[in-house]
Write a protein that binds this ligand. Sequence first.
Ligand SMILES: NC(=O)c1ccc[n+]([C@@H]2O[C@H](COP(=O)([O-])OP(=O)(O)OC[C@H]3O[C@@H](n4cnc5c(N)ncnc54)[C@H](OP(=O)(O)O)[C@@H]3O)[C@@H](O)[C@H]2O)c1
Length: 392
Amino acid sequence: MKTVAIAGSTGSIGTQTLEVLAADPDRFRVIALTAGSSWEAVAQQASLVRPDTVILDDGANAERLRAAVPKGTTVAVGENALREAVAEADVTINGIVGFAGLPATLACLGSGKRLGLANKESLIAAGPVVQRARRTVGAELVPVDSEHAAIHQCLRSNDVAERVMRLQITASGGPFRGMTKAELMEVTVAGALAHPTWAMGPKITVDSSTLMNKGLEVIEAVELFGAPAGQHGYGLGFDDIDVVVHPQSIVHSMATFSDGSTIAQLSNPDMRGPIGYALAFPDRLDHPFGGMDWTEPLTLTFEPPDREAFPCLDLAFAAGRIGGTAPAWLSASNEVAVEAFLDGRIRWSEISAIVAEVLTFHDGGTGETLEDVLDGDHHARRLATEAVLQRS
Ligand SMILES: NC(=O)c1ccc[n+]([C@@H]2O[C@H](COP(=O)([O-])OP(=O)(O)OC[C@H]3O[C@@H](n4cnc5c(N)ncnc54)[C@H](OP(=O)(O)O)[C@@H]3O)[C@@H](O)[C@H]2O)c1
């Protein structure tokens, strides 16, 4: 039986991970649940799955949580406790949102364990550091982001790394697809949170509305699949990735090979599919989360993204091409701007403006050390906070 830690168990990815595990109780045992501050939600989860440990990032309600968890479950607080719990599990699903997910990513890979990575921000912000941790003996990163889980599956159809020519990352286009720049000046928080095909946490939902999510995923794809052929990679860079708008969210991404064949992975939009894939790989689960009924009529459409109306996409390409800590700056300034937008302090169109402004100050940090990454994240957050203040 595989032991599982769920980092960010109270979020969208975390709760769906528990649903996947509940469908296969003989195969997995949850040994740790972690949350930011939602002690009541995590207490309820603990009463159902009876983990060894429950960890909160914010300890303000630790005593109340201690009184609420079942006998045999211990409560701990903070990053060190999280690191220990993750190091112990056979598999960790990292569903923490934002840069706060970095300790779980590093602790899991650094302990030589399987990481099911939903928390793309840790890989994007700390690429070189995470890549080093990924080389730990036994460490294995299986993506949970549906696009990268799709590419991971497409690439398994092929034995010769040099034959992979391009990747196509699909995007639903979000709730504002087809809007002009002028119309986008007036959009609201409620509009940004009304995603047409996916139900997700607020930060990634806003990222989907700006196409920043797709830009982050392009950087994520280069980190995951870009290493030179022969070093677990396919030698792919930013020029080898197409972003394709596909509003139905059925084709989750594709890989194109040297003979002109394109292989795609298709399923209904249901994150429990890629979560189950990361848990079971190289096997597959029995439960068809997201399974399709191919006897029904279906129309799939594809179109190029509107890069002018959605400038976050090219900001991410630019930061990715600069490399070093530029992706960390992109991701940190975006986190600050999205939070300000969700709080009603800035307009939707100001998210991209703030990220663009912060990136102009990038100091050329290499991101080779954790210290450099933390410093870059801190610096970019400070600049983005100032940029928000100037506008609010
Ligand atoms: N949702 C999806 O369908 C989806 C799809 C693909 C990729 N992803 C990626 O998965 C990650 C999670 O997304 P989500 O939509 O599940 O987010 P979410 O619903 O907002 O959940 C975030 C989780 O992280 C925890 N958390 C927040 N701040 C924390 C901190 N400082 N320290 C420790 N834990 C903290 C939250 O705990 P509290 O409840 O206590 O705040 C919650 O459990 C993101 O990186 C996202 O891009 C999500």
